[in-house]
Ligand binder design. Structure first.
Ligand SMILES: C[S@@+](CC[C@H](N)C(=O)[O-])C[C@H]1O[C@@H](n2cnc3c(N)ncnc32)[C@H](O)[C@@H]1O
Length: 473
């Protein structure tokens, strides 16, 4: 009788395969590259031998269903199936078949079918820093495996068994509970301090997924959400554990297009397609569908929700170096001192000198603030400017200001002196008040306005800020 490895090697001999079934120390059998496999190569493409329905039935039903299929296999296939790993104890042949299915079954997302046994794909072992990607390709109704990076001849081919990347302890526990082994891959074998760094990165990626998901579900396609996607992509590029990269590019695509920005939408969609092409192949549903979106970004139903970032599809700068291009793409606000000072001189720059209507409502507005160790810190500098139109003191000093949009804005003094610290000579009609990091507040009586509490944050000058760019606080 032929050994299983000989059976698979027979196909290799015919030149149809890039791998062979081999004993792999501590893992039973596994697939090993028998030649160099470049990134993006389709390593295998396979139809299921045995399938089970999507909705789980009783164990008795499943045993019967699987046994019927095993009975139709030819001897060669039956031998291969029976030689597969089984984590579950069994008392009957049908029990054993079910155990083999449970240990090895891979998802099949075809109509009504939920899982399948693939004689070759099911032999691939797990690594948390996997070099290959498994995928059910609904278009060709086959399970495919692609090289995520160059795989050298002699290297084991590995996939990721779990759903999401998570910390070492959680990953190892899940793998032990579900697949009966303690993972000792390169990622799981890192020294404690390096592993903690990796865990921190993976935990932040999880957190960013939640934040992006929450915003996009709530139809909040803001710069803040794009910033989360930017951070997620950067973290993925820093090390292993980068599942979900294509999804993140797709989220960025939606955010850009929802704001009328077809140029960035197109680039993000192209990037999502490239990640999927490597991991799933050119004939996958994802590549076909989103290539079409990359060609026609305006077809996304979200297009035009806002036109604040409006660009046309080919409004892409051609002369930027790679870093500047990424800054442009992600709409990063550069914290460069010089650039900021230059902008600062321009008092008509509404990002720095916003109107009252554009001010944040509170520190929990994450387009303006970020949470650092439990406190909110401004993400950038801004300053509200208004010209004094009137003043009155009842319980406290109240100034009526006119903002850049000619709107009247009440400014209430809730400082310790309730406004008495202001020299009366400074309270003159036509003088300009500058409130650093001003926010919109609602008051029990009267219109919304600015609640001023910290004397350090307010200055008064004599000039009209929109005519003479000389006033800074
Ligand atoms: C789907 S099978 C993979 C092929 C299997 N090694 C075989 O010999 O048929 C899953 C089983 O392989 C083993 N395995 C997979 N990845 C492993 C890893 N990284 N370390 C140790 N054992 C692993 C575990 O026993 C697991 O339950």
């Amino acid at each position: 009788m032929m050994l299983v490895s000989q059976l698979i090697d027979t196909r290799v001999m015919k030149g149809s395969s890039l791998y062979a079934l081999r004993n792999v120390s501590g893992k039973g059998k596994g697939l090993v590259a028998i030649e160099d496999i470049p990134k993006g190569t389709r390593i295998l493409s396979e139809q299921p031998l045995i399938t089970t329905p999507e909705r789980q039935r009783t164990n008795e039903w499943l045993k019967k269903h699987i046994s019927q299929q095993v009975d139709t296999l030819n001897e060669h296939q039956r031998q291969l199936f029976l030689s597969m790993h089984n984590l579950y104890p069994y008392q009957s042949v049908a029990d054993k078949y079910l155990g083999i299915f449970r240990t090895n079954g891979l998802p099949v997302e075809a109509n009504g079918v939920g899982g399948g046994i693939f004689l070759e794909a099911c032999r691939i072992n797990h690594a948390c820093d996997n070099n290959a990607q498994k995928h059910w390709n609904q278009y060709i109704k086959r399970h495919t495996v692609h090289a995520l990076r160059d795989i050298a001849k002699g290297e084991e081919i590995t996939i990721y068994y779990l759903g999401l990347d998570s910390s070492r302890t959680i990953r190892q526990k899940k793998l032990l509970d579900k697949f009966g082994f303690l993972c000792s891959c390169r990622l799981c074998s890192l020294p404690t301090n390096q592993s903690q760094e990796t865990d921190k990165r993976l935990n932040r990626i999880d957190q960013l997924d939640d934040l992006i998901g929450r915003d996009c579900r709530g139809w909040s396609f803001s710069l803040r959400t794009l910033g989360y996607a930017d951070e997620r992509v950067r973290l993925c590029n820093e090390g292993p554990g980068n599942s979900g990269m294509a999804r993140t590019y797709l989220d960025a695509t939606q955010i850009a297009i929802a704001n009328g920005d077809l140029a960035r939408g197109r680039i993000f969609a192209e990037r999502a397609v490239e990640v999927w092409r490597t991991a799933y192949g050119s004939d996958s549903e994802e590549v076909v569908k989103y290539s079409s979106l990359a060609r026609n970004p305006a077809e996304l139903p979200l297009y035009g929700l806002s036109m604040e970032w409006k660009t046309s599809s080919d409004d892409v700068p051609q002369d930027l170096d790679p870093n500047d291009f990424e800054d442009w793409l992600w709409r990063r606000q550069k914290p460069k001192k010089r650039a900021q000072l230059e902008q600062f001189a321009n008092l008509r720059n509404r990002a720095i000198f916003p109107s009252f209507a554009a001010l944040p409502r509170s520190k929990s507005d994450l387009d303006w603030y970020e949470e650092v160790d439990g406190t909110y810190q401004a993400l950038r500098h801004w300053c509200f400017l208004g010209e004094i139109a009137n003043s009155i003191t009842l319980h406290h000093l109240e100034l009526e200001l006119t903002d850049i949009d000619d709107k009247k804005v009440p400014l209430h003094f809730y400082t310790e002196g309730l406004g008495k610290e202001m020299a009366p000579a400074r309270i003159q009609k036509g003088y300009t008040v500058a409130v650093r990091h001003g926010k919109r507040s609602v008051f029990m009586y009267g219109d919304p306005g600015i609640r001023h509490e910290d004397p350090e944050m307010l200055k008064v000058g004599t000039s009209n800020p929109y005519c003479e760019p000389s006033l800074v606080y």
